[in-house]
Design a protein around this ligand. Sequence first.
Ligand code: PMP
Length: 448
Amino acid sequence: MSSALKSAEQSIAPANNLDAFWMPFTANRQFKSRPRLLVGAKDMHYRNAEGDEILDATAGLWCVNAGHSRPKIVEAVQKQIAELDYAPAFQMGHPKAFELAARVAAMMPGNLDRIFFTNSGSESVDTALKVAIAYHRARGEGTRTRLIGRERGYHGVGFGGISVGGIVKNRMFFGSLLNGVDHLPHTHDREKQAYSRGCPEWGAHLADELERIVTLHDASTIAAVIVEPVAGSTGVLMPPKGYLEKLRAICDKHGILLIFDEVITGFGRLGAPTATEYFGVTPDIVTMAKGLTNGVIPMGCVAFDSKIYDAFMDGPENVIELFHGYTYSGHPMAAAAGLATLDTYKEEGLFERAAELAPYWEEAVHALKGEPHVIDLRNLGLIGAIELESIPGKPTARAFDAFLKAYEKGLLIRTTGDIIALSPPLIISKAQIDQVFETLRGVLRAVD
Ligand code: PMP
């Protein structure tokens, strides 16, 4: 076959040729031997290539907070692409990006009212870390370059994010990472916190480790501390009561910026606009993504305290203040999706709805106590975690089996290690909550 013909043939390769796509965070060989292809979605359900309805108990990947294919968002995106498809992000602008920034700023507590747009959670994290370092330098404190993350933290996959993150496999294959990073201990203790409802009572003192790190390096070398208020991807770990307050106080004492990574907790997951508001602890920087656009167009953002923005606004007026940004920062399509998403949250009262459903959800999660393999249950807002006892020598196997069995029964869950993580769209009904947990009960009884 001539090479021209061959390439023509390749370009019409059948949809069931799954070789070319190197899938992220996926067991590629397993998937390609038994693919799970989604072809449609509406409200609480996906539809797969076999025509089955799949109840979405994970809001996609913690992002589709308003449910799937919501008409207002679909319409806004369709209208936007016909009107203004793209506008240069540097030295030019378009109204919707400013409008969305103002809407997000209005949603944030305190002075977190300067919004920088990115395309993902990972980019939001790298933006936050870079700006934290540059902020100190702009104020004449250029020695403050060290960053402090936390064990079992997940902050995306950029070099900054994996350096401050605390997941061994996300770090160990990728070289020496960033210099000058320390980690706080994670806050989870299986025995002392077992079956906690909401935030555990035990563990606030773990924030004092920050004082030890400050003593070791001196505050004058430390730029920022980054934590997820609720750690999602590493097993759904709620902050011990009083822990975030302590971190805030220690950062204040030493002039260290506090960053909350709210990529999963932003936009209603806890029954409040943000975890910042839910916990009443205000950091200097908040990273977000996912729920900002309901997942329909990639977009993230970083909310900065206005003191940070102001520190960059000192020089000559016609000189670029911050040498950082993305071709697609504030993209018109994403901005349109974001505005329609925020409208949907507001019109349907979805954050309040999540708060109202949270007690029902909590009961449903904890009703799984005593089911086979279950060693812990956790919940907060519309987040749930079911921790399973691992099969010796085969960590992750049991939860992955549960994931496959749940999918066969028409339920989408997510697993991390041997932990099942649940985070449904905020439009879920009580009957659908019952369905999620009834299905899971059957699944737990069926896994090895
Ligand atoms: N930070 C946190 C807390 C996250 O949960 C995630 C994604 N799950 C990220 C950052 C990275 O986001 P993205 O995958 O959009 O880069």
